[in-house]
Ligand binder design. Structure first.
Ligand code: PLP
Length: 393
């Protein structure tokens, strides 16, 4: 809570003035975006226009700087149309060699999605699987790498958005590097809001997308990649449009995409990057999201809701809470009632336990989370659930 009051002192306005009447999105994306990000799209720029090419150039540089590599000597940025999954599929299908073997570390839905991608592309895969509230075991990863020297590539999700659990990408990266393997990190829901130093984490490929913590609109993914790895991966691609190396070559050669770029989305994203800088970069954004998360979890727990994750493994991106046990509780009705009040939470159950998720990323401020908490309280009242009847199973 301390951070929240600090934040409130520094940001006295609730910024409701920049809002239209859309519902607020407490989801993992698409997210609530600023009016200025949306306004940046109200232009038609040609994909070969010098101004557009300069915008793409600036976006690529700014993203590298966020990853701690401002000078572009080791790493580069590859932008690719599509949602985040297209970026993950592009990385896996472009990088793993034909006779390669992938080690996947899985503790949620997005890890499982990488399993599906590998299966579609017939990439030989070994999976280390964990429950959705459990951090992967480093010694098991080390043992798997030591036991099988045919493994070429290791992939893991940073913030598993399924629950909000935060995986130890630096420690895993050190292991992967000690075995000389390629390291791919899906940092979709963390990049821009949780500090990540690409080199310190030994990351070869980091994938994220336009509509998560940078607070742009949907339309493309981006991959921060080591150039030596890209050069070595030449010819590995299993797809034309998702060929990461070919997309990199074209971006470097002409500054352009190979095929039609999402021009409006890129304009919005450039504006979103300027707003990230104005907020104090990753640290500033992290402070706001932490404040959002603190307000949310403090309020939910005060009402009697119980968190699914232990606080020491939980991120400040999205929060998972158990369904209340009260017989009057129906998630459908809970969701619908909040929705009618203008608050969109994130439906969809976890594997084995009855939980729901609330995101606190996007253009949301602690006052918005307070608004959501008040709406939750009213909704419980409407559903005739006394607060002390909320204890979880
Ligand atoms: C959002 C997300 C993705 C990509 O999902 P899309 O729906 O394709 O944008 C992948 N991994 C994680 C961890 C995510 O949060």
């Amino acid at each position: 809570m301390r951070l929240y009051w600090l934040h409130k002192a520094m940001n006295p306005t609730t910024r409701t003035s920049e809002r239209n009447s859309d519902k607020l999105l407490f989801t993992p994306g698409p997210l609530t975006t600023s009016a200025t990000v949306k306004a940046a799209m109200l232009r038609d720029l040609g994909s070969r226009d010098y101004e557009f090419i300069a915008t793409v150039r600036a976006i690529r540089q700014k993203l590298l700087a966020i990853g701690g590599q401002p000078d572009e000597s080791l790493y580069t940025t590859i932008l690719l149309p599509g949602s985040g999954t297209y970026g993950v599929e592009a990385a896996l299908s472009s990088i793993v060699p034909a006779n390669g073997r992938l080690l996947l570390i899985v503790n949620g839905a997005y890890g499982k999605r990488m399993m599906k991608i590998a299966a579609v592309h017939k990439i030989e895969t070994q999976v280390l699987s964990y429950a959705e509230n459990v951090i992967p075991d480093l010694s098991a990863i080390e043992a798997a790498l030591a036991a099988d020297n045919t493994i070429t590539t290791v992939a893991v999700v940073h913030c598993e958005t399924t629950t909000g659990i935060l995986n130890p990408i630096a420690a895993i990266g050190a292991l992967v590097k000690s075995f000389g393997q390629t390291y791919i990190v899906d940092a979709m829901s963390s990049f821009g809001a949780i500090p990540i130093d690409l080199a310190a984490c030994h990351i070869d490929y980091l994938i994220s997308s336009s509509n998560k913590c940078i607070e742009g609109v949907p339309g493309f993914s981006f991959t921060l990649a080591r150039k030596d790895g890209l050069i070595a991966a030449e010819g590995h691609a299993r797809s034309l449009s998702l060929d990461l190396v070919a997309q990199w070559r074209e971006l470097d050669a002409s500054g352009q995409f190979r095929f039609t770029p999402p021009t409006h989305t890129l304009l919005a994203f450039h504006q979103a990057l300027l707003e990230l800088e104005a907020e104090g970069g990753v640290d500033g954004r992290a402070a706001r999201y932490k404040a959002n998360h603190d307000v949310l979890m403090y309020g939910m727990q005060a009402m009697g809701f119980r968190a699914y994750l232990a606080p020491d493994v939980s991120s400040y991106i999205i929060s998972t809470v158990y369904y209340p046990t009260h017989p009057n509780f129906s998630f459908e009705r809970f969701y619908q009632t909040l929705n009618e009040k203008g608050y969109v939470i994130y439906p969809g159950k976890l594997g084995e336990v009855d939980c729901f998720r609330i995101g606190n990323i996007g253009r949301l401020y602690p006052a918005d989370l307070e608004g959501l908490l008040a709406a939750v309280q009213e909704t419980l009242h409407v559903m005739q659930i006394p607060q002390l009847g909320l204890e979880a199973r």
